[in-house]
Every structure is written in structure tokens, then in C-alpha cells.
Design a protein around this ligand. Structure first.
Ligand code: ADP
Length: 296
């Protein structure tokens, strides 16, 4: 009887152990199920987010295409209609009048070329296919070259140029032509918006990556500041988007609305950053940062 009791109690212990194991397996299963549910809902959320992004980029692409066809059609229309005019009026109007039609055709064709060149640059940059020719260069020289190219325009508006360059600036690894293109874009906007007789300030300074600065690597910062109307605060970021021109000014004629979009891509290809702010006493300040050492 005693041995039977011992066996029974041993069985009882085994049974309890098995029950405990079952409980713990159950608990593990429940945890696994909860985990799985959490993962599924996380993935669903991610999927929804990427779908929304894809939709957004699709909408941006459609808007871009619509804009582009509009921008291309305007000069093309100019060429076609003035050419038709000219052909129709040969022998009926003065040479001077005909000359005017040719001038219009020439202007429209040039505008079309600028647009197409800009579009080609932008699509190459966006596809990561722009070939950069990096060399250790003096940023000061690049900027001074741009300034002397604009000398006539500066003189025409009686503008004063103030240069604030740090002493002994290091060379930077850049594609000189492409950075020159950025400087020309920003500078020609500054010239366009500057009232006659005002000044434009150009600064180049070294910004080191320390705890007090927000830069990640030692960089050179360029600032071009004008005394024009500035950029409406709600447009300060969007002016870097394709085809965006401020709603509040009437300078759209002549520009393509692509200059700053190209500039941003070019600066990003150099691992730099470009941004805009308004000066405390008015005017727009365009800044860009270029890392001193660069493996773009
Ligand atoms: P575009 O000059 O061909 O119009 P950009 O991309 O160079 O195109 O500039 C986009 C817009 O940003 C301009 O149309 C203008 O509204 C605004 N902008 C650029 N630079 C300045 C500036 N210095 N002051 C005020 N607005 C500016």
C-alpha cells in the first residue's frame, strides 16, 4: 500500500509538472501571437505610409509634367506664331518689322534652350547620373569669377558689393563649374530682386564641427544677402522645389523656376546644404555649406 502511495504521489508531481509546462507553453504561445499581431500591424502601417508616399510622388510627377508642358509650350508657341507671321508678311511689311519677328523668334528659342538645359541637368541630378569633376579648389576664386561675370549687371543697377571673406580659407573638394552654377543662380536672383543703389553682401567663412555648431564636418559657409523684398515666410522652403516661383512678386518672367531646385541638387551632391532666411532688416539671405573634405 505504501509503495502504491509513493507511486501515486510521484505521478501527481509529474502531472503537476506537465500542467506547469503546459501553462508556460500556453503563455509562450500567447506572447508569440501578440508579437505576431504587433508585427502585422506595424508592417501594415509601414505599407500604408509607403503607399501614401508613392501617391504623393505620383501627384508631384503629374504636377511637374503639367507644369513642364506649359513652360515648354509658351516659348514654342512664340516661335511658331512669329515664324508664321513673318512668312505671311514677307513683301508686305518693312524689313524692320520682319527683323522684329526674327528677334522674337530668337528670344523664344533661347528661352526654350535654357529651359531644356535646366530640365536635362535636373533629371540627370535626380537620377544620380550627373558626372562631377571634383578637384581641390579655392571657393573664393570660384565666387570672384562669378562676381566679375556679373559686373555689368551690378553696375547697371548701381549696386555695391561687400565681400566678407575669412582669412586663410582652406581649399575645398568641389566641381568648380557646378558650384559656379549654384553661385550664379543665387547671385542672379539677388541682383534681380535688389532695388537700384542698394548693396549685396557676400560672405565666406569656415564653420568647424564643434558642439556649438550644427555642422557634422568642417565646412565652408557661403552667404549671399540682398536688400530686396525677401521671401514670404511660407515659401522659404518651397522655393527650392521645381517650377516654384513666389506668389507675391512679378519676377517670374525670364526665370524658369528651376534654378534653386538645381542648386539644391548640386549642393546635396557635394554632401552640403542650402537654405534661405530673411534678414532682420529685410532682404533675403541664401546660405550654403560645403564640406571641406569631400568624397562626392
Ligand atoms: P527663377 O529665378 O527662375 O524664378 P529660382 O528657382 O531661381 O527660379 O527661384 C525661385 C523663386 O524664389 C523665385 O521665382 C523667387 O520668387 C524666389 N527668390 C529667389 N531668390 C530670391 C531673392 N533673392 N529674393 C526674393 N525672392 C527670391
Amino acid at each position: 500500500f505504501n509503495s502504491m502511495l509513493v507511486r501515486l504521489s510521484a505521478n501527481d508531481t509529474k502531472l503537476r509538472n506537465s500542467l506547469d509546462e503546459l501553462d508556460s507553453t500556453n503563455e509562450k504561445l500567447k506572447q508569440a501571437k501578440d508579437n505576431l499581431e504587433e508585427q502585422v500591424s506595424l508592417r501594415t502601417c509601414e505599407l500604408q505610409q509607403s503607399m501614401e508616399e508613392a501617391r504623393k510622388s505620383d501627384r508631384a510627377k503629374s504636377a511637374f509634367l503639367a507644369n513642364m508642358s506649359h513652360e515648354l509650350r509658351t516659348p514654342l508657341h512664340g516661335i511658331i506664331s512669329f515664324a508664321a507671321f513673318g512668312m505671311e508678311k514677307i513683301g508686305k511689311v518693312s524689313e524692320e518689322r520682319l527683323q522684329k519677328y526674327f528677334t522674337q523668334i530668337d528670344a523664344s528659342a533661347r528661352r526654350l534652350k535654357v529651359l531644356l538645359d535646366d530640365l536635362l541637368d535636373l533629371s540627370k541630378l535626380e537620377a544620380g547620373k550627373m558626372v562631377m569633376s571634383m578637384e581641390r579648389s579655392s571657393l573664393t576664386d570660384v565666387i570672384d569669377e562669378c562676381l566679375s561675370e556679373q559686373e555689368a549687371a551690378i553696375g547697371k543697377k548701381s549696386l555695391t558689393l561687400n565681400r566678407h571673406y575669412d582669412k586663410a580659407l582652406p581649399l575645398v573638394m568641389i566641381d568648380r563649374n557646378r558650384i559656379g552654377q549654384v553661385v550664379m543662380n543665387v547671385l542672379s536672383n539677388a541682383l534681380k530682386f535688389s532695388p537700384d543703389g542698394t548693396s549685396i553682401d557676400i560672405a565666406i567663412r569656415r564653420v568647424n564641427a564643434t558642439e556649438e555648431t550644427t555642422v557634422e564636418t568642417d565646412s565652408l559657409q557661403v552667404t549671399i544677402a540682398d536688400h530686396g523684398p525677401g521671401v514670404p515666410p511660407d515659401e522659404i522652403d518651397t522655393i527650392f522645389d521645381k517650377f516654384v516661383q513666389s506668389e507675391s512678386n512679378d519676377y517670374s518672367s525670364g526665370g524658369t523656376g528651376l534654378g534653386l531646385a538645381i542648386s539644391r541638387e548640386l549642393i546635396q551632391a557635394h554632401h552640403g546644404r542650402i537654405w534661405c532666411e530673411n534678414g532682420e532688416s529685410g532682404g533675403a539671405l541664401f546660405h550654403f555649406l560645403l564640406p571641406i573634405e569631400n568624397e562626392a
